[in-house]
Design a protein around this ligand. Structure first.
Ligand SMILES: O=C(CO)[C@@H](O)[C@H](O)COP(=O)(O)O
Ligand SMILES: [Co+2]
Length: 209
């Protein structure tokens, strides 16, 4: 089943609560929340306080994508703020297995993300512990970038490692790029600029089609 996770990085922050309600009513399946620390990525976004303040605006899964160094320092905070699914980057922590166990101990879902240049080999000894793999199809840090085509090969490789796991693709997803990703075996799509630059319902439906 195809799921769409609009990234609120492209929402209007001056009315974030209303934006969450609008994408929920427009048919989103999850709310993708990009957390950036200005260290792991060259941009700063928002943290647990902001997530807590929007938690009551939607019953959808809060899909929290941590682009921060040593995410194990903040897992407990993000769970308390209302995260349902926490994604950490393989490149951001020395003890990836321990960090995944830490997330799961809270009873929330756990995922690992790979940057475009990171091999799927780094998933080999952890994939069976995960609820989802996130493949970055742009270099993380900003919305509105162009889809990197080598992601398609990576999707196929991850799908051959595990037939059932959710594979999420994040970056440059539009009605044009989504098709190849579905054919390669992905089933969860983050879309920021594409969804928020048009009619939300129409944009979400066009991705599902
Ligand atoms: O994690 C990130 C960027 O680092 C993403 O979730 C972006 O927010 C996606 O934006 P678009 O490429 O869809 O505009
Ligand atoms: Co993201």
């Amino acid at each position: 089943m195809i799921k769409i996770a609009p990234s609120i990085l492209s929402a209007d922050f001056s009315k974030l609560g209303e934006e969450i309600t609008s994408i929920t009513e427009a048919g989103a399946d999850m709310i993708h929340i990009d957390v950036m620390d200005g260290m792991f990525v060259p941009n700063i976004s928002f943290g647990p306080v902001v997530i807590k303040s929007i938690r009551d605006k939607s019953n959808l899964c809060f899909d929290v994508h941590l682009m921060i160094e040593n995410p194990e320092r903040y897992i407990d905070e993000f769970v308390k703020a209302g995260a349902d699914l926490i994604t950490v980057h393989a490149e951001s922590t020395t003890h990836l297995h321990r960090t995944i166990q830490q997330i799961k101990a809270h009873g929330v879902k756990a995922a690992v993300s790979l940057n475009p240049a990171t091999s799927v080999e780094s998933l080999k000894y952890i994939i069976d512990e995960l609820d989802m793999v996130l493949l970055m199809s742009v270099n993380p840090g900003f919305g509105g970038q162009k889809f990197i085509p080598s992601t398609l090969e990576k999707i196929k490789e991850v799908r051959s490692m595990n037939a059932n796991i959710d594979i999420q693709v994040d970056g440059g997803i539009t009605d044009k790029t989504v098709k190849g990703c579905i054919e390669a075996g992905a089933n969860v799509f983050v879309a920021g600029s594409y969804v928020f630059s048009g009619n939300y319902k129409e944009r979400i439906e066009s991705l599902k089609k």
